[in-house]
Design a protein around this ligand. Structure first.
Ligand code: GAR
Length: 190
């Protein structure tokens, strides 16, 4: 099982996943990391784990379609079986989806369908909900939609600040994402 991680930013989830491969909690090979941001810290983390890393952005291409084709070609050329989004802040286009049907997993920092989009933690905090959490789901053509695989909840207390909530959410993510990836990739994906 060859796995690729797509990420746009800090990469703390990538690191939790990379460590789970090292610890053989996840079987198979973490084959590559791709980022659409050339200066994303996730690429530094990938260097530390000696995972091949690639980066290009839609601006490098004449159209978004060509960007997606290049990304799909990169994944196919590396014989990737399963794609994990870890803070990849773009919608997956239909060509890429068609090449990896039910083989792209995402994590989102809220209890979907509440608070989709780019600011799941902040939106939940500002709304004033008392319980929020994380959602791990297969990717379809929508924004943070697609069949839900797992969710975990956390309380927002009177003492919480946005920063402390972010910390709680990231801890949940780092605990659950590797476990769920291990389960799904072990079962096989079809
Ligand atoms: C994570 O909290 C992830 O759930 C979120 O981006 C963060 C990436 O953190 N993803 C989304 O909001 C997707 N809509 P990381 O770069 O430290 O792993």
């Amino acid at each position: 099982m060859k796995v690729a991680v797509l990420a746009s930013g800090n990469g703390s989830n990538f690191e939790a996943i990379a460590q789970a491969f090292v610890d053989q909690q996840i079987q198979g090979e973490l084959t590559l990391v791709f980022s659409d941001k050339k200066d994303a810290y996730v690429l530094e983390r990938a260097k530390k784990y000696q995972i091949p890393r690639f980066s290009f952005t839609p601006k490098d291409f004449a159209s978004k379609k060509q960007y997606e084709e290049a990304l799909r070609d990169l994944l196919l050329a590396n014989q990737i079986d399963f794609v994990v989004l870890a803070g990849y802040m773009r919608i997956i286009g239909k060509d890429l989806l068609a090449s990896f049907p039910n083989k792209i997993l995402n994590i989102h920092p809220s209890l979907l369908p509440s608070f989709p989009g780019l600011h799941g933690i902040k939106d939940a905090y500002n709304y004033g909900v008392k319980i929020t959490g994380i959602t791990i789901h297969f990717v379809d053509a929508g924004v943070d939609t697609g069949p839900i695989v797992a969710q975990a909840a956390v309380a927002i207390t009177e003492e919480d600040t946005l920063e402390s909530l972010e910390e709680k959410i990231h801890q949940l993510e780092h605990h659950w994402y590797p476990k769920v990836i291990a389960e799904i990739t072990q079962k096989g994906v079809n």
